[in-house]
Design a protein. Structure first.
Length: 154
């Protein structure tokens, strides 16, 4: 056994990046990540799946079935689900993707996980997520639904 968890009888070796496939900005960012960080020689594998087509119940089951992987959460922030079921969201999901990519990308990802950097990285991520419809490549379809102030603190 190689340490991956089992999902439907298959060994799961690679993390899954869950993103909003309806958002042109998010999709562009994923295409960029697939084109550049993933192409480094040291890169480990990972799979990118729009939440609209992902087996969210299966991924949440991998994470212990505590509701950490949901369409509502994936609509608001990118999710990184590891083979062992650990779930990272937002800036920390981006950090894990970069660390998995190896090389100089891994150093950048490690910086994003450092205690003094995590809070500002989270703030920047949330600002970008709230304004993604205004970002290059963004469209009106990228705007987050207004679900009240409590939901926007995710």
């Amino acid at each position: 056994m190689d340490g991956g968890s089992r999902e439907r009888g298959a060994v799961v070796k690679d993390p899954v990046l869950v993103f909003d496939g309806d958002c042109a900005f998010c999709s562009s960012c994923v295409r960029w990540a697939e084109r550049y960080p993933r192409q480094t020689l040291a890169s480990g594998g990972w799979e990118a799946v729009p939440f609209q087509f992902a087996d969210l119940a299966g991924l949440d089951g991998r994470a212990g079935g505590r509701g950490e992987v949901s369409a509502e959460r994936a609509e608001r922030e990118v999710l990184w689900v590891t083979p062992t079921g650990r779930v990272y969201g937002g800036a920390q999901a981006v950090a894990r993707l970069l660390m998995r990519s190896g090389g100089a990308w891994a150093y950048l990802g490690a910086v994003l996980t450092a205690a003094p950097v995590r809070p500002p990285a989270g703030l920047v991520y949330r600002w970008v997520a709230r304004n993604r419809h205004r970002m290059p490549g963004g469209t009106a379809a990228c705007a987050l639904p207004n679900r009240g102030n409590a939901a926007q603190s995710v």
